[in-house]
Design a protein around this ligand. Structure first.
Ligand SMILES: Cc1ncc(COP(=O)(O)O)c(C=O)c1O
Length: 441
């Protein structure tokens, strides 16, 4: 039996759709990515058909209705003023609610004007950005596949891609002194030969460092990816835009790196993973998105429809669909007319905190005996390189003697989230770290 004869006919149809537009995109898919499909002919399609035709009795859906409304408990609805039971409680489609998907795409275009003429898919709604990242892995990674990532990353990538999906992680050094090590990135990519696949993950503003590339550095990253794709390497580039918009230096790139690579090569699958989580300050609502672009796929390409269907199929198989209430809340916020203004107000607060960190460090050269900051200009975090003790020891002393928490990343780095410290408290936070370092010396 060949691989494709084992596939469900719906998967075969989606795979044909992808291959007809760009066969390389199909080759990039994992075994699961090739196998998965959206069950458009099962319960869901029968329910959809009944919604239009079964005017007398519609006994298809696994929800409880009364007078055409979601049956509800008033003690639940008491917490949801402003929402009807239907809006708040019914299931969302596995793809996500269309008005939200469209509103998020409009937001992406508003924030990234250079995408205006670039074809990319309609974002699929995911359960937060974490699920968007794992879906991208499910679609494009088999055990043993190679991932290229910076040596300073969000630790959940390791759990997701190394432990869960058994991919091989290759790290490149993120910084060379005070700038992004774009040379090391290009060199690492040059190690892949034509025909091989590489899955690259880049996240800016970066967790844990709080660094976003300057425009020239961003261009160097994009050029390296495109050059690699043009050599015949199958490049899957996952751009994690978790902290998009929190840019505190006008010299750093203001658009997503996705813009510089989307649709630029038939060998480069650009994936944008983003979320309402940090951008809309709604961490627990769990609303994320996944969008795709690749050379050869025009606007509304069947390739996009197929990738969206495969993503929705994975969602259907795992969490079925994401919170309808959360989706309604975000769609309402995005279309409220107040979103951009209110977002800017919060960005200004975070900017002040970032400035306070920079000013504190500049005002205290004596801190340099014990710690120095890695470059930072954006996002939630900054990282200290600890010089005379280890980060885990310092973390312990900070907690036990000073009631102060930071995250030890490996032996040398301490991550500090200035996002959750008031501006006025920032000088004392660093003085506290200095005192703890002195205790340990
Ligand atoms: C770089 C990065 N990506 C993704 C996420 C996940 O976001 P979410 O809470 O939407 O799953 C985080 C959260 O901390 C993050 O720091």
């Amino acid at each position: 039996m060949t691989e494709s004869t084992m596939f469900n006919e719906l998967a075969i149809a989606l795979n044909d759709q992808i291959q007809a537009v760009n066969p390389v995109a199909y080759e990039m898919l994992s075994a699961l990515g090739k196998r998965i499909y959206f069950p458009s002919k099962g319960i869901l399609s029968q329910s959809a058909e009944a919604r239009t035709l079964a005017k007398k009795f519609n006994a298809t859906i696994g929800t409880a209705l009364s007078n055409h409304q979601a049956m509800c408990l008033p003690c639940v609805m008491d917490s949801l003023p402003g929402f009807s039971p239907n809006d708040a409680l019914l299931y969302a489609p596995s793809y996500g609610q269309k008005p939200l998907r469209e509103a998020w795409k409009a937001k992406i275009l508003h924030d990234n004007p250079s995408l205006a003429d670039v074809p990319f898919s309609l974002p699929v709604v995911t359960n937060g950005l974490s699920q968007a990242l794992s879906l991208a892995g499910d679609l494009f990674l088999d055990p043993g596949d190679s991932i290229l990532i910076p040596n300073m990353v969000w630790d959940n990538y390791l759990l997701n891609y190394s432990e869960r999906l058994q991919a091989n992680l290759n790290f490149f050094p993120f910084f060379l002194q005070s700038h992004l090590n774009t040379e090391a990135f290009a060199e690492a990519l040059s190690g892949y030969s034509a025909g091989q696949k590489v899955f690259v993950i880049l996240n800016f503003p970066n967790n844990p460092t709080g660094y976003t590339p300057l425009e020239t550095e961003a261009q160097a990253l994009a050029d390296a990816l495109l050059k690699t794709a043009e050599r015949g390497v199958k490049v899957v580039a996952l751009i994690d835009d978790a902290y998009y918009g929190l840019f505190f230096d006008p010299a750093c790139q203001q658009e997503s790196l996705f813009c510089k690579i989307a649709g630029k090569s038939r060998n480069l699958m650009a994936i944008k993973a983003d979320a309402a989580t940090k951008e809309c300050y709604v961490w627990g609502l769990r609303v994320g998105f996944l969008s795709f672009a690749i050379g050869g796929a025009e606007a509304d390409s069947p390739l996009f429809t197929a990738l969206e269907a495969k993503t929705a199929g994975l969602i259907r198989a795992t969490v079925s669909n994401c919170s309808a209430l959360s989706q309604k809340i975000i769609a309402k916020a995005l279309t409220s007319g107040k979103f951009y203004e209110q977002r800017a107000e919060n960005v200004a607060i975070m900017h002040e905190r970032c400035n306070a960190v920079m000013e504190t460090l500049a005002a205290h050269p004596e801190y340099g005996e014990f710690f120095v900051a890695y470059p930072f200009n954006s996002g939630y975090f900054m990282c200290l390189k600890i010089l005379k003790t280890t980060a885990p020891k310092l973390r312990r002393v900070l907690l036990d003697r000073y009631a102060t928490g930071g995250i030890a990343m490996g032996e040398t780095d301490l991550r500090l989230a200035f996002s959750c410290v008031e501006k006025e408290q920032i000088p004392e936070l660093f003085e506290t770290i200095y005192l703890a370092c002195k205790d340990l010396s």
